[in-house]
Every structure is written in C-alpha cells, then in structure tokens.
Design a protein around this ligand. Structure first.
Ligand code: PLP
Length: 427
C-alpha cells in the first residue's frame, strides 16, 4: 500500500487510491521513512494523511479521539453512496443482493482479524459484542465465581456483576496495581486466581479506556487457561490502534468495534468466538438451536450502509497501514507522556514500555484523585489551553484525565499539552 511504501517506484493500487480519496496527491515521503518508527516522526507525511479527513474545527487541540474515530472523506462518501442506494432501491436491494454484499464485507473483516468468517458476527459496537458473550456464556454453575478488574469498561463490569443474579455466581473484583509493570499485572491476576480457585470466567480488557494500559493478554490468558478459566477479551480500543492477532493471543471469545480505530461509520462491531467454542455461548432467545455464530446475536434490521462501508474503512485503514498508525500513536503519546513523567506532582498512568500502551494514556496530578478534581483539570486544559480531553473515573487509585491522540494530531500539539501539564502541576 502506497502510504506505507514511500519509494516512488512502488505505486499505490487503484483500490488504495480510491480508499484513500485524496491519497493520489500525497507525495511519497523520504525513502528512509519506509520504517514505521521513522515515518512516525514525519510531520509532513502525517499532515497529508490528515488531509484525507474533514478538517476539525479550528482553534481546538482535539485529544479525545478515543470515543470514536472519524471516517476519511472517501469512506464518508462511500457510506453516503450506500445510504443513497438503499434509500432508492429499498427492499429491492435489502431483500436480495445486500446479503451477498454483507457476506463479502464479513469475509474482509475476518481477513483483517486473521480468523474465519464463520467465527465472527456483526454487532452494533463493542458493548453489544461483549454483552452477547457475558450474557450468553453458558458454562457457569451456581457457586462458581467470575472476575473483573477496576480498569475494565463500566458496561462490561455491570454485565459481569449481573451474572450473580442470572447464573448464581460469586463476583470477584480486583484493583490493578499502580504504578504498574508487565510482571505486576501478571502477578495481580495470578494472585486473584490463586485466592479464588472457584473463578471459571474472567473479563480482560486489551486496552483500557480508563488509563490506556495494555495488559500482557497472551500471558494472562494462558495463566487463566491453565486454571480452567475462560477469558472474555474486550478489544473495544485495541483493533486498529495497536498490533495484535486474536489467534496469537490464544483467546476464544472477543468483542470488537470498527468505529473507533478502523474508521467505519458509527454503529458497527464484531463478536468473535473460536469455532469450537460457539456452543458455549447461548443462542439468542429469538433463535432455535443452531451451531452458527449469527444465532448468538439477533440485532433486527441494522444500518446496512454502515456495515457495507466497513469494506471502505478497512481499505483506508490498510492504505495508511496498521504498523504506521500504531507507531505514530505511540510516538505522539511518548512525546507528552514521557516529557512530563518525573515532573513533580504528575502521575502518568501507563509505564514507559511500548508493550503496555498504545496511543492512549491518562494522567493525574498527585493527590487530586476525586472525580471533581479531574473534571476541573479537564476544564482547565480546555479553558486555558483549548486542549480537549476527557476525565476518566473508576480507577481504584483515583480518577484521571485521558489523552487520546489521533494519528493526525501533531508533535507541536503534544508539546503544548506537556507544557500545559507542567504549568497546571505547579499551580
Ligand atoms: C474498552 C472498551 N470496550 C468497549 C467499549 C464500547 O464500545 P462501543 O462504544 O462500540 O459499544 C469501549 C468504548 O469506549 C471501550 O473503551
């Protein structure tokens, strides 16, 4: 794909040009930039990538890109064309050819994940995916226990807690360590499973929406498996932000969305169940017995245009390249987070270990741990510096402010954030 391959001789495929929209006008960066770690610092290149998107409102440094990620203009146009077609042809399309088109997109999404198409089903987002798994997991017996951690997503925590009533299980909550390291994370899960040998199911979040922490998923999943514990992996923030393959992680169940870091229209997600584990998730109450994953989630009539536009979003994502995006995000994160780590009064909540974070990282000012403190901190960043972030609550050791750059933010913006944090820490 041309955006990854700066050599002029390496031409963009026609599909990639279409996917990238204005990509044809993107001049190849210096040949040396073929290395994603080098390309990550090439502001000229990323400014051109930024040109593929609608310009954000001026005067604001947008560092809250975690809630959802914008589509490129080309994806938006493709999406609108699909809306147009559905609106024009209505049931002539929806009662016929749309099914083959949706299956083709599903096959493409499966290729993106490195799994088989019959191991994934469409949902309307990460929440619906995970709640399908949590509510449908049918191997629990009354008296078993289930486990979750403070950094897991609120709706999934609530789903796990609901199992007490629904399945008659005991619910165990753990608080993850802070400061944190790879070994201390593995030790925390190990200790929890040792202290609670009745745990049979646990929630694990690949990339925390609260702090940005990426736990060692593969090791923790292996640890759980060795104790007969199944893992439901929440990849709500991981897909498209950081490099991973579900098969390598050894997980059997995962929830994902495509509207955060793949850049699809809002309202599209996927649930993954390894083929031989599909029977362990109940069919929807609306379905009869079925071996198929689709019977586990019954969404009714969905936004077909959004589902179909996933194909265009994957093209655009691949034209930029996952490795390039991931390196760029880590570079932007390091630029502010490592600049303020060690500044008196500033706590950076992911460690300086590229395996344990992607682009997102949260921070707090020492001793200011209440929700109100962090709402005020977010407000000060916006009112005084026009930097837009979001407060995150629910971290056991205190609330914080989350910074989630997009790969089209720039280094100068991250430097402004670091300077603002230094000033606020002094106040
Ligand atoms: C870790 C994590 N999982 C799941 C979700 C929910 O995803 P969705 O908004 O697609 O339902 C989010 C949303 O922020 C998230 O951060």
């Amino acid at each position: 794909m041309a955006l990854q391959q700066p050599e002029p001789a390496m031409q963009m495929s026609r599909r990639a040009v279409l996917a990238a929209g204005a990509a044809a006008s993107i001049a190849a960066p210096a040949a040396a930039a073929a290395d994603p770690a080098v390309l990550a610092r090439d502001e000229g290149y990323w400014a051109k990538v930024g040109g593929l998107f609608d310009a954000p409102p001026p005067g604001v440094i947008q560092l809250e890109n975690g809630m959802f990620g914008a589509m490129t203009r080309a994806v938006r146009v493709a999406y609108e064309q699909k809306v147009d077609r559905i609106n024009r042809e209505t049931t002539l399309y929806l009662r016929g050819p749309v099914n083959a088109d949706v299956q083709a997109v599903r096959a493409k999404a499966a290729r993106l994940l490195g799994v088989d198409p019959d191991e994934i089903a469409w949902t309307r987002g990460g929440t619906e995916s995970m709640l399908t798994l949590i509510g449908g997991y049918n191997r629990l017996k009354p008296g078993d226990a289930v486990l979750y951690a403070d950094l897991d997503y609120d709706s999934m925590q609530a789903g796990i807690r609901s199992l007490a009533k629904v399945r008659g299980v005991r619910v165990v909550k753990i608080d993850l360590p802070e400061p944190v390291s790879r070994d201390s994370l593995i030790a925390a899960y190990d200790a929890a499973l040792t202290a609670n040998p009745d745990v049979r199911l646990m929630l694990l979040t690949h990339l925390s929406h609260r702090t940005g922490l990426i736990p060692p998923v593969k090791e923790i999943t292996a640890l759980a498996r060795s104790r007969g514990v199944d893992v439901l992996l929440d990849c709500g923030h991981a897909l498209g932000q950081t490099e991973f393959a579900l098969r390598d992680l050894g997980v059997d169940f995962a929830g994902l969305n495509l509207h955060k870091w793949i850049g699809s229209p809002l309202g599209v997600g996927l649930v993954y169940i390894r083929k031989d584990r599909i029977p362990d998730i109940d069919v929807s109450i609306l379905e009869g017995p079925s071996p198929r994953i689709d019977a586990r989630i019954h969404t009714g009539t969905v936004n077909y245009a959004a589902v179909l536009a996933v194909a265009d979003a994957i093209d655009a994502h691949e034209a930029i390249g996952l490795a390039n995006k991931a390196h760029r995000l880590r570079y932007l994160r390091d630029r502010w987070a490592e600049a303020v780590r060690g500044v008196p009064g500033v706590e950076v909540l992911t460690p300086n270990d590229p395996a344990l974070h992607a682009g997102i990282t949260s921070f707090r000012l020492a001793g200011r741990t209440s929700p109100a403190d962090n709402i005020a901190l977010k407000k000060a960043l916006f009112d005084r510096y026009r930097i837009f972030t979001v407060e995150r609550l629910g971290v056991a050791r205190g609330a914080c402010v989350r910074v989630s750059p997009s790969f089209v933010n720039d280094a100068a913006q991250m430097d402004k954030l670091a300077a603002a944090i230094r000033e606020l820490a002094k106040a």
